[in-house]
Ligand binder design. Structure first.
Ligand code: TYM
Length: 337
């Protein structure tokens, strides 16, 4: 059987990029017979970027309710919080001890922080914690703990999955006595939506403050955010460049090929940006409205969500505990009797 696994960092409210890049393809893949799915809330990862406990608590609830509203079936999928699985940070340490610092020096998130510091005339490592620096090792532990073969993610996570492979191979080289101790993971990328643009055309991202919220704030927040998508200044009646417009890319992420072709033709035929935004809103809302209704019910029942997550953690630990015992033995940390 193939194992798929993915997580979302619990630092904010889920946005359309998380949905089309990770949640929607992950749930579709979880429905394949022959697949075992592991979806989790990356709440240890959240501590790297966020020191506001209330925000992390709220984000965990929102992201859990989002997965469930989007159709995750907790009977089929192992659905858990990273911080409920102590074997993950334990594996993280075993992996940390075999990971070259030079590998981490190349991580995009770390390099971006350094580049920003240099551009600002600061010390290169100003404000960089060891958590940020070694973030890819924790992510490798998430993936390798469950021997996931496929990891559904957006394009921004590819490097992390390659690093997880490198780290796994290094560990097996040292301790595997000639065999691989881990399944080597591969990214599963939905090419058409691998990088969904945000309001300003850059990648939609919490850190750029350019997101369109998936459910929070309801229909009105969705409508308002779509109203703020940046367009060029062509007037109604003037032909628009559909390919070059991120409004069109957003539309394509939700529409069928036929609907997208009609939208493109309308833009090229002079549809005004105001009407285009209204059409985009209606198309997205058609998909999201039933999910939003479930989301609103779920988010009002944190006790039920807690039960689901605790049951998921028990399933996950039943796999993680024997595996970490094997790995401890492999490195020389087994008991004397
Ligand atoms: P995070 O929380 O930044 O994003 C969660 C998922 O959403 C995808 N995504 C996007 N996809 C397309 N277009 C966008 N604009 C967009 N923005 C976000 C991300 O690619 C990701 O798939 N480190 C991870 C969380 C993580 C993880 C893991 C993922 C921790 N451990 C193990 C997979 C496996 C992160 O911060 O994602």
């Amino acid at each position: 059987r193939t194992r798929i696994l993915t997580g979302i960092t619990t630092t904010g409210t889920p946005h359309l990029g998380n949905y089309v890049g990770a949640i929607r393809p992950a749930i579709a893949a979880s429905r394949d017979a022959g697949t075992d799915a592991f979806f989790f809330l990356a709440d240890y990862h959240a501590l790297i970027k966020c020191d506001d406990p209330a925000r992390i608590l709220r984000s965990r609830l929102e992201i859990a309710a989002t997965w469930l509203a989007a159709g995750l079936d907790p009977e089929r999928v192992t659905f858990y919080r990273q911080s409920d699985i102590p074997e993950i940070p334990e594996l993280c340490w075993l992996l940390t001890c075999v990971t070259a610092k030079g590998l981490m020096n190349r991580a995009h998130a770390y390099k971006a922080a350094v580049d920003q510091n240099v551009a600002d005339g600061e010390e290169p490592d100003a404000g960089v914690t060891l958590g940020l620096f070694s973030y890819p090792v924790l992510m490798a532990a998430d993936i390798l703990m469950f021997n996931a073969g496929k990891v559904p993610v957006g394009r921004d996570q590819i490097q992390h999955i390659e690093m997880a492979r490198d780290i796994a191979q290094r560990f097996s080289h040292l301790y595997g006595r000639g065999r691989e101790l881990f399944v080597l993971p591969e990214a599963l990328i939905e090419e058409s939506v691998a990088t969904l643009p945000g309001l300003d055309g850059r990648k939609m991202s919490k850190s750029y403050n350019n997101t369109i919220p998936l459910f929070e704030g309801g229909r009105k927040a969705l409508r308002d955010a779509i109203g703020r998508v940046v367009t060029d200044s062509r007037l109604p009646g003037e032909p628009k460049d559909a390919e070059g417009s991120h409004l069109f890319i957003l539309y394509q992420a939700f529409a069928t090929a036929g609907e997208a072709a009609a939208f493109r033709a309308a833009l090229e035929g002079g549809m005004g940006w105001g009407d285009a935004k209204q059409a985009l809103f209606e198309r997205i809302d058609r998909d999201l409205a039933p999910l939003r209704e479930r989301y609103e019910t779920l988010i009002a029942r944190p006790d039920d969500i807690e039960d689901i997550l605790l049951a998921g953690a028990a399933k996950a630990r039943a796999i993680a505990a024997p595996f970490i015992a094997e790995l401890r033995a492999a490195v020389g940390l087994s008991r004397l009797r």
